[in-house]
Design a protein around this ligand. Sequence first.
Ligand code: 5GP
Length: 189
Amino acid sequence: MDEYSLNRELLDGVDKVLFSSQQIQTRVEELGSRISRDYVGKKPLLVGVLRGVVFFMVDLMRTIDIPLEVDFMSISSYSPESRNLGLVRVVKDLELSITGRHVLFVEDIIDTGMTLNHLLRTLKARQPASLEVCVLFDKGKNRQIEVPIKYKGFDIPDAFVVGYGLDYREGYRNLPFVATLNPQSIRSE
Ligand code: 5GP
């Protein structure tokens, strides 16, 4: 998709493009090659949280050239306060068992790290053979808890971003690039 010929309505409220679709694809391919090498003979199980990770998961899977499996879970926050603590409710659990499997947790973006920390603890309790993290965007600056990231796409400034699966109130997910929103459009919604 050419970013300059996108529907104007879709671009409404978009401020600055931080990562073009081409930049993202190139980096995803690099991650996929590393993962393919590291997991030879291990048939990794890629696990993601719906729905933001869908673009990244699908593109990443296409660049991995060894056998793998994939599964998704879905979470929701009890309240804004509990969300800040990373306490989330699993709304849809994984369908596959991860016990004894080499699990690669694939995440679109990590900010404070609280959500990921909570989810990793939940998954570890199921005794996978190994559990690693692959994240596309890392905000770093706001990290409140150390989480081990084995594969990282990009460091990203501390700004709210949308596109490539990431939403603002469910919108903008289908932008092919990742961009900031202008502050007025965030406030006026
Ligand atoms: P954390 O617990 O690391 O603070 O939060 C991670 C989750 O917050 C991500 O999985 C994502 O759902 C959401 N999130 C954090 N930063 C952004 C952002 O800039 N844009 C969007 N769309 N979601 C974000």
